[in-house]
Design a protein. Structure first.
Length: 614
């Protein structure tokens, strides 16, 4: 969620800290700060809002220390004010924190009883005072941290800077990610390798429960039992991921337009295109023929990818699928039969709720397969097998290319399951793979609708509410369209299964209500009549004066006699791949509506890219 950077350098580090934090802006944040040692004394500079405010503060009040920590904060406890911005400090230490300390209230009461004076509303400040209390009782910095960590309940990554200690940083993680960077006479801490890429390509990732003592000569890592351990040092290619916007106004626009390429890369990874068959590059540690049920879990947009995949698995492989948002799945203590498959979907691979559900599934003896965009992430490392999406770094907070790559990977997995279980014939597989191979081209054609969508968005920007409807696999795309519009334009939007219109949402429809209907003409014999039923729903909207925005194909446009406010016609394609391609216009609708409204498209308010708190 938040971004952490620490540098043990040889030159002043304040500017380097800010530059590294800029690479973490994609995570979302509402305040920022740095702390350095100035002649051994802890010195902080903090600011509300964007990093440019912190840069201005540092330019007015420069820092020259060669050791420091920095942070971008997404508020969980306390308003996004300067006093609540990180780093938090006492007279002895400064600390930055990603995560939530769940027992901070009881710790705060205890520490206040011992005389601690708190200056913020955050949960993080208790960590600073807890470690300080240990040092007051005679412990050295590393021992004080070692004593404090077991008392913290929750998920966190921490970095500590100590007054008078010019050659010491300490980092710790439990749940939230933290990486160590190796330099020549310099060492680094960061939330991910992207932050450290300007300084080093030599990285080690701390495992859950680890804490590490860094000096300029190296690092000593300890596990949760305080045993000295070695963690694999690896070369990172994150430096290649420092991306610009190119010719686009926003990262989100660039990422929308990258989808033909990245979806193509993802499909190429999982398909034998010459042989027109699925060819998974990894060995599955289970046999689909022995799987009786698939459990899926994810959050936000990734959850909608799982909803689409439910249709695919049940249709192609005749495998029943249970899917839930991760924040609900584990708390209802769902029963699992041992030996079944649990699938988790996450762009970052660090989503706290999804990770917790993964661990619950593992306790229930499930095979764990995860679809992630970051193969070095915690979810990836804790899975039996992963299917990486090859979307590349997604900087815009609202997911676009990661979503379509997730769908591509899930489609390949569902087809592999159907073939393994004997539900699909070799000819069925060829037909499905042919349809997938055409998807990048269809996405390119869908992007050509952008001028029409840009004009449409000028009308939508004046609306207060928008309804999205769909049936079958178009229903999750309706949900995703509504989510995208909410996320970046702040217009209230809701997605519904079209058949549910009469069961409540129809009461909202009047002349001022745009209704976006996602309705490819369904050519599946088994689902004959789905499009016709959607047309019936359109008639119900039209009878009440609602403004219909129809997203369909040439056959659907031909079969619809109702007048629409706008009809967006996508190319003809196999029904099975429509969710991947129809995601494009709903992304563009949200993007251009937000641009017209002047919102911060890449970093919408209150949102974060990597949600590492529950």
């Amino acid at each position: 969620m938040c971004g952490i950077v620490g540098i043990l350098g040889r030159e002043p580090v304040a500017g380097q800290l800010v530059d590294a934090l800029k690479r973490l802006e994609y995570r979302g944040y509402d305040s920022a700060g740095v702390a350095t040692l100035e002649a051994g004394a802890l010195t902080r500079r903090r600011a509300e809002g964007k990093l440019r405010n912190l840069e201005l503060r540092i330019s007015r009040e420069p820092l020259s220390g060669t050791i420091g920590i920095g942070h971008t904060r997404w508020a969980t406890h306390g308003k996004p004010t300067e006093s609540n911005a990180h780093p938090h400090a006492t007279d002895r230490i400064a600390v930055v924190h990603n995560g939530i300390i769940e027992n901070f209230r009881e710790l705060r009461d205890e520490l206040e009883a011992k005389g601690a004076k708190f200056a913020s509303d955050t949960d993080t400040e208790v960590v600073a005072h807890l470690v300080t209390q240990g040092m007051k009782e005679g412990l050295k910095p590393a021992d004080a941290v070692k004593a404090a960590l077991p008392r913290l309940r929750g998920a966190f990554a921490l970095a500590f800077l100590f007054g008078g200690e010019e050659d010491l940083l300490i980092g710790a993680r439990k749940g939230s990610p933290l990486a160590i960077g190796y330099g020549e006479g310099e060492m680094y801490l960061g939330s991910d390798a992207i932050a450290l890429a300007p300084f080093t390509d030599t990285i080690a990732y701390l495992e859950d429960g680890d804490w590490a003592v860094l000096t300029r000569n190296g690092v000593q890592v300890y596990d949760a039992a305080n045993r000295k351990v070695e963690r694999q040092v690896q070369k990172s290619n994150a430096s290649a991921f420092l991306v610009g916007k190119g010719n686009h106004r926003h990262f989100m626009a660039k990422e929308i337009h990258e989808q033909p390429e990245v979806v193509g890369h993802t499909l190429a990874h999982y398909l034998d295109m010459a042989g027109e068959r699925v060819s998974l590059p990894m060995t599955l540690p289970f046999d689909f023929r022995s799987i009786e049920r698939v459990s899926m879990s994810a959050c936000g947009t990734a959850y909608y990818a799982g909803l689409v995949a439910k249709y695919w698995f049940e249709r192609f492989a005749r495998l029943p699928v249970e899917i839930d948002v991760a924040s609900e799945f584990r708390y209802r203590e769902a029963p699992f039969a041992p030996g079944n498959l649990a699938v988790f979907v996450s762009q970052s691979g660090e989503t706290a709720d999804t990770l917790a559900t993964l661990r619950y599934a593992r306790e229930q003896k499930q095979h764990v397969l995860s679809i992630v965009n970051v193969p070095t992430s915690t979810i990836a490392r804790e899975s039996d097998v992963i299917m990486p999406t090859l979307a590349g770094p997604e900087i815009g907070v609202a997911s676009t290319k990661a979503f379509t790559c997730q769908l591509a990977a899930l489609a390949c997995l569902a087809i592999a399951a159907g073939r393994a279980r004997g539900v699909l014939t070799a000819e069925d597989e060829r037909n499905l793979v042919r349809a997938l191979i055409e998807v990048p081209r269809h996405i390119s054609e869908a992007l050509r609708l952008e001028p029409e969508i840009e004009a449409l968005a000028r009308d939508l920007a004046r609306c207060r509410d928008v309804l999205y409807l769909g049936r079958g696999t178009a229903y999750p795309i309706a949900l995703e369209g509504a989510l995208k519009l909410k996320e970046i334009s702040y217009i209230h939007a809701e997605g519904y299964a079209a058949g549910e219109l009469k069961h409540g949402p129809i009461a909202l429809i009047d002349e001022s209500m745009p209704v976006v209907i996602v309705a490819p003409y369904d050519k599946s014999a088994r689902r004959e009549g789905v499009f016709e039923k959607t047309v019936s729903n359109m008639q119900e909207v039209a009878a009440r004066g609602g403004r219909i925005i129809l997203i369909t194909d040439p056959k659907g446009a031909q079969e619809t006699s109702l007048p629409t406010h706008k009809t967006l016609v996508l190319p003809d394609m196999a029904t099975t791949v429509t969710p991947i391609v129809y995601a494009i216009p709903v992304q563009l609708i949200a993007y251009h509506t937000a641009v017209n409204m002047g919102t911060d498209v890449d970093q919408p308010r209150n949102l974060a890219k990597s949600v590492t708190v529950e």
